[in-house]
Design a protein around this ligand. Structure first.
Ligand code: ZN
Length: 307
């Protein structure tokens, strides 16, 4: 049942930083991306093309793209929520893949992107089609797949129906996001299984936040149910706007430690990630939520630097 390798998508430059109040200089974002590549990342969510007044941290999207390392072997993902964002991303000439966003509930969809849930599906499908004409890859995420901050429980049938509708546009993959970090492994196993059955050959990616400590258990359940791509953020950066002070995205180094020790290769180097955790916590001027970033791996392969 368990695979021997998994693909990881590094989301720290976008989801990790998006809710941080202190504006991070573009040069530091580029340094983070370079460090992720150095650690082995080959798919990186580098920025989002959204209204800079709504998300000031992402106001430098075009500048980030202009400074991205030129690498044929790295896929740079730009997050977009409407055609205008997609047009901006494609116009940079540096974005390899659009990450489109749908939301499982109407109230969250309206709050997040001014669309109903159904509209978010139609808009994502249309962006995926237009990206194809521009020879840019596109995938889609279903946000709030496991619970909504406004509407509470999200019916699994709703998420499956959305995945089925989105599959018509043939996205590169379909992502299930636990945007507010309320998922549990049994729910994850059920939903990943149902969505995979619905979408056939389209790979399923999962996106977890560790808001309530269930992130790693959810990763394990998702892989067991056949998810093949995992989003994560170095340092576990990426707190939830609906839960102030909460832990962030699942931490890349924690996921890599767990999976590599379990015999599932990730393509990432743990020591390099841990070193980047130390660097990033200085940039952010605070300790980061990641566990393995603090403890180091096992067995020890390098001397721990105090931080
Ligand atoms: Zn997220």
């Amino acid at each position: 049942m368990y695979t021997d390798s998994i693909e990881m998508v590094e989301v720290s430059p976008r989801d990790g930083l998006q809710n941080e109040k202190a504006l991070i200089p573009t040069a530091d974002k580029i340094a983070l991306i370079e460090r992720a590549i150095e650690a082995g990342s080959r798919r990186i969510e580098v920025t989002s093309f959204v209204n800079p007044r709504a998300v000031p941290q992402m106001a430098d999207a075009e500048d980030v793209c202009a400074s991205l390392p030129v690498r044929d072997d790295v896929t740079y993902i730009g997050l977009v929520m409407n055609q205008r964002g997609a047009d901006r991303a494609i116009a940079t000439g540096r974005i390899d893949e659009l990450g489109t966003v749908t939301v499982a509930t109407d109230r969250f969809a309206m709050a997040n992107q001014g669309q109903t849930s159904d509209e978010s599906v139609e808009i994502a499908k249309s962006i995926i089609e237009s990206a194809r004409q521009s020879r840019v890859s596109a995938q889609v995420t279903i946000a709030a797949s496991f619970g909504c901050p406004f509407e509470g429980e999200v019916p699994e049938e709703r998420v499956v129906a959305m995945a089925l509708a989105l599959a018509e546009a043939s996205p590169r993959e379909i992502g299930l996001a636990d945007t507010i970090g309320v998922g549990n492994p049994a729910h994850v196993e059920r939903l990943v299984t149902k969505v995979r059955e619905a979408v056939g050959a389209i790979p399923v990616r999962v996106h977890f936040h560790n808001t309530r400590g269930t992130g790693l258990a959810n990763v394990w359940a998702a892989i067991g149910a056949g998810a093949t791509v995992i989003d994560s953020s170095i340092g576990g950066l990426g707190g939830c706007p609906f839960a102030p002070g909460a832990a962030g995205n699942i931490a890349t180094e924690d996921v890599v430690y767990m999976l590599e020790r379990a015999g599932i290769s990730t393509g990432l180097e743990l020591d390099s990630l841990i070193a980047t955790n130390g660097w990033l916590s200085k940039i952010m001027a605070k300790p980061l939520p990641a566990m393995v970033g603090k403890s180091g791996g096992f067995p020890a392969t390098r001397e721990m630097e105090g931080n």
